[in-house]
Design a protein. Structure first.
Length: 246
């Protein structure tokens, strides 16, 4: 489907994994897509209507400069923003957890989201409304003490999402969160590079006797669908696909 310049989606962390899959899904749905990441995505950059921006989202000045370079694409506003950029520190016994590790998790996960929210809010309003969709984690509920640093940063993102749902409601902007559960990416399957085949995912699930692992393509479809909620649709909600009770 040809890219529609009047429908612009912005995706952070678009170099690989869920972010790359979400960017590809929006392109498939006919959006003009702006991808933001530290490493870029050369494969998607060859796609019609895809704008590949390279910037460290922890660096507000770098983000502003990158968005300025895409000012022509963004001139008409933005309809959907997906806040996916982030990282997970190594699991550590809670009694040995260092604050600097938690602070880095906040820097990488929460600061990047806040930076993009602040940059995108005027563009969402300009387009007459749209959506902010956060990629969260069920670990935000504190189920795994060894993952506390990551979980705390994700819990903060849930709070940010709900604050956005109130702050921008009068602008026709909905804000929601998707908790996808285990996804076949390098974060959950170390050593994996690129898209994981459906056959491998089925084999892993068969081995564990479950269906908990899913592909980034599947998750991207959920995220894009939620990002297309109308301005009077659900907002401030957590959509939980993790198979864990919240």
């Amino acid at each position: 489907m040809a890219a529609d310049p009047s429908r612009v989606a912005v995706v952070s962390g678009a170099s690989s994994g869920i972010g790359a899959a979400v960017a590809a899904e929006f392109s498939h749905r006919g959006y003009t897509v702006v991808g933001l990441s530290r490493r870029g995505n050369p494969a998607l950059a060859r796609t019609e209507g895809y704008v590949d921006l390279v910037a460290d989202l922890c660096d507000e000045e770098a983000v502003r400069a990158a968005l300025t370079s895409a000012s022509e694409t963004l001139a008409g506003g933005v309809k959907a923003v997906v806040l996916n950029a982030g990282a997970s520190p190594e699991p550590t016994d809670l009694v040995k957890a260092e604050w600097r590790v938690a602070a880095q998790a906040y820097e990488t996960n929460v600061r990047t989201a806040l930076t993009l929210v602040q940059a995108m809010a005027p563009l969402l309003k300009q387009s007459g409304g749209g959506s902010l969709t956060f990629v969260g984690a069920s670990l935000a509920n504190g189920y795994e003490p060894k993952r506390w640093a990551y979980a705390a940063s994700k819990a903060a993102m849930t709070t940010l999402m709900r604050a956005c749902s109130v702050e921008f409601a009068d602008d026709g902007v909905v804000a929601n969160e998707v908790r996808p559960g285990p996804v076949a990416t390098a974060m959950t399957m170390p050593g994996i590079d690129g898209e994981v085949s459906d056959a491998l995912i089925q084999a892993v699930n068969a081995g564990f006797g479950t269906d908990w692992l899913k592909s980034s393509r599947t998750v991207a479809q959920w995220i894009a669908t939620i990002a297309e909620f109308p301005s009077n649709g659900p907002t401030g909600q957590v959509f939980n696909y993790s198979r864990k009770v919240l």
